[in-house]
Design a protein around this ligand. Sequence first.
Ligand code: N01
Length: 533
Amino acid sequence: MKNDFDVIVIGAGFAGLYALYRLRDVQGLSVRVFEAGDGVGGTWYWNRYPGARCDSESFIYSYSFSRELEQEWKWSSKYPEQPEILRYLNHVADRFDLRRDIALSTRVVGAQASEDGRGWSVETSSGERVTAQFLVTAVGCLSAANVPKIPGLEKFQGRWVHTGQWPTEGVDFRAKRVGLVGTGSTGIQATPRIAAEASQLTVFQRTPNYTIPARNAPFTAEQWAEIQATYPEIRKRARDGSAGFPFTLAGERALDFTEEERNRVYEALWQEGGFKFLYASFGDILRDKTANETASAFIRAKIRSIVKNPDTARRLTPTDHPYGSKRPPIDSDYFETFNRENVTLVDLRETPLVGITEKGLRTSAAEYPVDVIVFATGFDAMTGALLRMDLRGLRGLRLADAWEFGPRTYLGLQTAGFPNLFTITGPGSPSVLVNMPVTIEQHVDWIGDCIGHMRSQGLARIEAIPEAQDAWVEHVNEVARGTLFYEAKSWYLGCNIPGKPEVFMPYAGGQPTYRKRCDEVARAGYEGFRLSA
Ligand code: N01
């Protein structure tokens, strides 16, 4: 039977847009993209909350596949805000004429593998059924919003919003009392901006967080000229960097340096700002607890020096997990904001949130009347967006059942029992531990090459072999056990979602190691996958 398309891609964010270009324009395949939003952009379409900006420098948080695109697009600053990134993705969609193959406002609600495993039938929210030989998910790792089930929310008379589903028209905070729940990357970006607009901001914090100043600034003409002239070199270094950044470490092991030398390094990186603090300091910060403590202690001292009220400073100071064991945020005046008269911090460890009333939030100690509640409470990360679609593999096997005890994949690219289904930045791949565009391009290129190989060899079906998958899952766990990632209750481990299996989901072995492994697998005739005609 003839399929409607060669490939169906789910999602039109960074991953889906590139997948469409690569598969359609480079490989000549027929491709259909389904996107739930009424515009392209994925994460950058949905996350319009005040203060949303990228945490990786613009010139590496962008596509590298087109030299022309790279040269014609000029980023305004180191860390542009969400509207600029969304403009970039819209420019990409127009420049490569991608829109004609994207169905917007169309959510994929289910997909079923064909009996012979050589294709997929996809059902959309508009009731349409479409078939393709391959199904590629580009649904993002952080796209299924988590609104915690706090009793009484339905009674609240004010307005509530989740940062990951921000209204297109924005939210007017002027003369409003605002309660913000959550102090992850999002809450930390939003806090200073909401505080500057609202009459009163109360931040409800469950876990204090380490954050590094962004020190955002517009590019000067000279800086931009230098970036444009050295783009190929920057891109190469980002691809070769363990976390997809073009940085050089100050040293492999923190403890090989004296305290004075270490603090000089930390101070210079603190002044420079951004992810360099983690990725250009010492190579063992995410592996060795004693090494990590030198960085953690440095940040704690900074918090105490910035926040004037000693009680607030103490509450804002993380002591229960090492720096970097939760995804480290980057901020613009976060700690400084707690020196404002109109900002209050509520420590939910001292006085837990017990419910929401008609008027506001209630902790075990008090009621906080507010006009708006902002949930910066994150996402059902890595698996949420995949599992909420009803994906069914061979013999009706539900992905939710295959992953009952946590996600199981081979290379993060495929799951046994789900032939011809590829997951871009799926669990078991470096994904969220790496600068996303770098890891997305690697996955899309690998998937494109794989499909190209199959076509050239007259092969129609590819499926991960269960034993190869088991070995990969074990390897992912083993690598994670050599890190400090188990030292925190994080979304990396699924801890933020009640009832979710606690499994470390991304691959922590670094982008270059992973890329090499994927390339070796391909060269060995797609070792670990079963291919057939
Ligand atoms: O979500 P989070 P996020 N009651 O899960 C708290 C990426 N990102 O949206 O730590 C009270 O990190 C929760 O508390 P705890 C980035 O990868 C990227 O901030 O679980 N509090 C935590 O404080 C990031 O890591 C960028 O104890 C509750 C917060 O809510 C990821 O997205 C910008 C609660 C959630 O933090 C997610 O970040 C922003 C409850 N029931 C985000 N439930 C850029 O690079 C949760 N919390 C641009």
